[in-house]
Design a protein around this ligand. Structure first.
Ligand code: SAH
Length: 423
């Protein structure tokens, strides 16, 4: 077995439950390690510390699967780990919400691996190449845990019988599938060494890539093959619900709107109008479709929906031409690495300032950050500071994080934060 020893600092981090071991923390290695193999980590006194997935090509050399007493990582162990993550979601969602996260990486014990459910379609997103040699095993496990959900079509006579006896539910199952998504940094390895590509169907080949699902009773589409992340920002669900509850009679600006998630909720919540602002025409087209999917609701049918195709950073810098009662700012991650942190905070301040300058009296700002390198306190302080500098009186309504299906068990996993201020 691949055996490693790490620095004292890394030993402490592992003992405290941190799941990452960086290459510079390695002190000893009994041999060269292969991609995706299990590596056992021992302390200076030769006591077992942890076992994890090894990636010789990444600075994040080991992603810990288990720390504490030694365990045998066999098929039963993997099954139990998946069962635990699924059980953790028991009762979180009713049938009005069919899009949510099943496996949230490290914090669910599946480091670098995300599994999202959109109705009967599952999207498996990998952030580390260490899973690639194990893909077949993982896919089997997922499919056995969810009978009927991502089964491959079987053109057999039993299938025909099922079709007759199960009617509509079978029709739904035939629309099921499993899509593989890859983070950009592992795409080349996946293609060259494993003949796998981003957006590839692992089950249910040839399906429409736009999958409809429900969130809080609203219909949305996720493009599971081409969309950002796994096709939808499921992590903002709870914030979308908050926005709905605050939107009544407001003119709402949804900056960095993507496919209009916040806007559809605001419209259902009785907004007077909603305006989406995004740099991507593709995202705005998705927003229009998401509105259309919900037009049977009178509050949505009657809510004027405007779309602005622009760079939100530039648009926010301009002198405001019109005011809003509710401004939502949800930019993409602005600090992908630690060195970008202070520039990101500057950008958040500028955005907040532009948003506040557009607010009518009594207006609300909801500002979000998904940069793991910017802490919640840093972000909240920056937004409050800007509000004070603009000499506008405000009340802190609330601060929030990511949804309950996105558990976070170590500091870097708490990436999403949002602050609501009423002016
Ligand atoms: N609030 C959305 C998620 C936002 S994701 C939701 O709840 O679904 C970030 C969005 O910002 C993406 O749609 C991306 O196209 C957009 N974006 C990135 N850079 C931008 C820019 N400079 N100006 C406007 N939009 C931008």
């Amino acid at each position: 077995m691949l055996r490693l020893r790490v620095t004292a600092a890394a030993e402490t981090a592992i003992r405290s439950g941190h799941p990452w071991v960086f290459s510079e923390s390695l002190r000893e290695q009994n041999r060269e390690g292969r991609l995706g193999e299990l590596a056992a980590i021992y302390d200076r006194k030769d006591r077992f510390l942890a076992i994890g997935l090894f990636d010789p090509g990444s600075p994040l050399r080991v992603r810990v699967l288990h720390a504490g007493n030694p365990v045998a990582i066999d098929a039963a162990w993997w099954r139990e780990r998946l069962r635990q993550a699924i059980a953790r979601r028991d009762g979180l969602f009713d049938e009005q919400t069919t899009g949510y996260r099943w496996l949230n990486g490290e914090s669910d014990g599946w480091p670098g691996l995300v599994l999202d459910r959109y109705d009967t379609t599952l999207v498996l997103k990998l952030y580390t190449a260490a899973w690639l040699p194990r893909l077949a095993e993982v896919v089997d496990l997922i499919r056995s845990a969810r009978p009927g959900s991502c089964r491959q079509q079987q053109p057999s006579s039993t299938t025909a019988t099922n079709r007759e006896s199960r009617g509509a539910s079978y029709e739904r199952d035939t629309g099921s599938g499993l899509v593989l998504r890859l983070s950009r940094n592992i795409e080349a390895t996946a293609r060259i060494k494993f003949n796998l590509s981003d957006g590839q169907w692992l089950a249910g080949e040839g399906r429409d890539s736009r999958i409809s699902f429900l969130e809080s009773g609203l219909s949305f589409e996720a493009d599971v093959v081409r969309g950002q992340k796994t096709g939808f920002f499921l992590d903002q669900r709870e914030n979308r619900r908050t926005v709905e509850s605050l939107a009544q009679d407001h003119d709402v600006l949804n900056a960095f709107s993507f496919t209009g998630g916040f806007s559809v909720y605001a419209a259902r919540g009785g907004a007077r109008s909603v305006t989406d602002l995004d740099i991507s025409q593709y995202a705005l087209a998705g927003s229009k479709r998401n509105f259309d999917l919900n037009r049977h609701l009178s509050s949505i049918a009657s809510c004027p929906h405007e779309m602005i195709h622009a760079d939100a950073f530039e648009w926010m810098e301009q002198a405001p031409k019109r005011g809003f009662d509710f401004v939502i700012l949800d930019p993409p991650s602005l600090a992908k690495r630690e060195s970008e942190r202070s520039r990101a905070i500057q950008a958040y301040r500028k955005l907040a300032s532009g948003g506040i300058r557009r607010l009518n009296r009594g207006g609300i700002l909801a500002a979000a950050s998904c940069s793991a390198h910017v802490s919640a306190e840093e972000f909240f302080t920056a937004v409050r500071d800007v509000a004070k500098q603009l000499r506008r009186e405000f009340a802190d309504l609330r601060t929030t994080g990511q949804g309950t299906d996105h558990p976070a068990t170590f500091p870097e996993a708490h990436y999403l934060k949002c602050i609501y201020l009423r002016f």
